[in-house]
Design a protein around this ligand. Sequence first.
Ligand code: SME
Length: 138
Amino acid sequence: DNPNKVQDEKLGDICKYLADEVGVFDWVGFYLVDPNADRELVLGPYVGEETDHTRIPFGKGICGQAAETNETFVVQDVSEEDNYLACSVHVKAEIVVPVKKDGEFVAELDIDSHTKDSLTNEHREMLEEVCSIIAPLF
Ligand code: SME
């Protein structure tokens, strides 16, 4: 019995919808703050290739840096980032958007693109709106 079943299903549906609807979104997933760890993210529902990065400490990679700053992080060319965790050689661009509950960082939406320079300001605004709408799920 999974107590987070409803949350998992809804987050999974959002990943699937975004990956289906937006051509340049090749991997879409959520990382959640692990309440049983010290400043660590744990992989939640996702759509796309399997990843080795199922746990990410705050501060590490694009995901960990977004967790630390509680701000959206857009990278148009991952080859220019020193603090980056490679999931797949195909990934060229990445956006991470925090989910804030009463201002507090609780999770993040992580999206990888196989196309460099593909992440627009419209994507960013849409994803920030999605993350604000889903905050009550956490
Ligand atoms: N690239 C991320 C790791 C997560 S994968 O993209 C799914 C990072 O640098 O934090």
